[in-house]
Design a protein. Structure first.
Length: 149
């Protein structure tokens, strides 16, 4: 006979492949930080059973007006520290986004080295409209010219 703990473990292992569930978020975070389940549970202030329970929760909505309330609700449901839970979610979300960014293909005849940055990695830095004083953009501020007398 299969115990409830074994069923929950099996269920959350399947959810690791589903980005809409916290099991996926926890899996991404544990891989990135090279942590085991016990270490993440301790970091969140919960036991292993609560970690499985956390894995079955839906991920919080990303919109700022919903994220905090959703994380608070998940923390109350599982007993996790709300601040640490939000940090884990944000870290895993960023890592997953970077992993999914497409890598540009270079022509086989190209002798230049592979680019260090992939498209999409700097998209967040360009989400806002350009300021009128663009001192941080692609064009550096011009230096004063020496006047000849």
């Amino acid at each position: 006979m299969t115990s409830e703990h074994e069923l929950l473990d099996s269920f959350t292992r399947r959810l690791k492949e589903e980005p809409d569930f916290m099991a996926y978020v926890l899996h991404v975070y544990m891989e990135q930080e090279h942590l085991g389940e016990d270490e993440v549970a301790a970091q969140l202030g919960i036991d292993g059973g609560s970690l499985y329970r956390l894995g079955t929760c839906r991920t919080p909505r990303a919109a700022p007006e919903h994220f905090g309330a959703d994380v608070q609700r998940i923390a109350q449901f599982t007993g996790a520290d709300v601040t640490e839970l939000a940090r884990v979610i944000r870290t895993a979300t960023a890592v997953a986004a970077l992993q999914q960014a497409p890598v540009p293909q270079q022509p086989a005849s190209s002798s230049s080295p592979a680019p260090l940055l992939r498209p999409g990695l700097l998209a967040a830095a360009r989400d806002r409209e350009a300021d009128t004083d663009d001192t941080t953009g692609d064009n550096p501020p011009s230096l004063p010219q020496d006047e000849e007398s």
